[in-house]
Design a protein around this ligand. Structure first.
Ligand SMILES: NC(=O)c1ccc[n+]([C@@H]2O[C@H](COP(=O)([O-])OP(=O)(O)OC[C@H]3O[C@@H](n4cnc5c(N)ncnc54)[C@H](OP(=O)(O)O)[C@@H]3O)[C@@H](O)[C@H]2O)c1
Length: 250
């Protein structure tokens, strides 16, 4: 089994490594030593090893995950050389393959971009990937649904979906807070909101021939409370504001 080396051991590395182990992936994982607290946690809880030198890590690993923040990429790449043909996966949001290839160190590598979300820790969620690469697809398979996009433009569109994942927490919490303000205990409020939204997705995905609009329209019929509510949301620009947020990520 190929081993994995991670350069940049912070939030993203944390949920990816935990997801790999939760999904039964036992491959050796080596971590760069910066971001000490997360590296120590992953070493003790997930059986990873910490390597003091970034170059040593690159030399010893088959797959390299680049997981530093964009501002730290230049500094990182100045200190290392990759093997020709080595698989290097960048999860750095917003940095294109062209920008990555401006670094001479990366030109001879098999470069792949990916964007796992926090839910990868529990082996759920889409993992956009570009270009197609069987090694990267195999690595991420336990973390959710790998979606290989057909162009880098579409991969960049998927950044909005990664953000949508993050925004969903805020929407759901606001609805939980409203429910609690009505006197519901917080646990019941959380269950009601999470299951209301989660079950809509479960139902729609069990009926793939129906669009979400067709299902919505079949519920929000004339004179129903559901119709009254959706009209209120639409008149307050509620749905369009989500589209506007997606648009703002481009
Ligand atoms: N967080 C997410 O949900 C998410 C989702 C999708 C994509 N991403 C992408 O993932 C990348 C990492 O995000 P993050 O949230 O995990 O950031 P983070 O928590 O700040 O972790 C980045 C880590 O990189 C380390 N680092 C910086 N320079 C280094 C170097 N030269 N050698 C080795 N390690 C170095 C930092 O160490 P120090 O603390 O010592 O500087 C830090 O531990 C970003 O490019 C982001 O766009 C993140």
């Amino acid at each position: 089994m190929t081993n994995l080396g991670i350069l940049g051991v912070g939030h993203l590395a944390g949920y990816c490594v935990k997801g790999l182990r939760n999904g039964g992936d036992q491959r050796p994982i080596m971590l760069s030593s910066r971001g000490r607290e997360m590296a120590r946690q992953l070493a003790s809880e997930c059986g990873c090893s910490i390597v003091d030198s970034n170059q040593l890590l690159v030399d010893q690993c088959d797959i390299i995950l680049l997981a530093v923040r964009p501002a730290h990429l230049d500094e990182l790449l100045q200190t290392i050389n990759f093997r020709p043909g080595q698989t290097v996966i960048s999860v750095i949001a917003g940095v294109s393959l062209k920008q990555l290839r401006q670094h001479p160190e990366l030109r001879q590598t098999e470069l792949v971009r990916a964007l796992p979300s926090t839910s990868a820790e529990v082996n759920a969620g889409p993992i956009p990937l570009f270009p197609s690469n069987p090694i990267a697809e195999g690595l991420f398979a336990p973390l959710g649904q790998v979606v290989t996009l057909s162009s880098e433009e579409l991969f960049d569109t998927a950044l909005a979906h990664a953000c949508l994942h993050g925004w969903s927490y805020f929407l759901i919490q606001a609805l939980i807070d409203w429910s609690a303000e009505q006197g519901m205990d917080p646990t019941t409020a959380r269950q009601m909101v999470a299951h209301s939204i989660g079950s809509a997705i479960t139902f729609a995905e069990a009926n793939p021939k129906l669009s979400y609009k067709e299902i919505g329209d079949s519920i929000a019929t004339e004179g129903t409370f559901t119709q009254k509510g959706i009209q209120q949301i639409e008149s307050g620009n509620g749905i369009q504001s989500w589209i506007d947020a997606m648009e703002s990520i481009k």
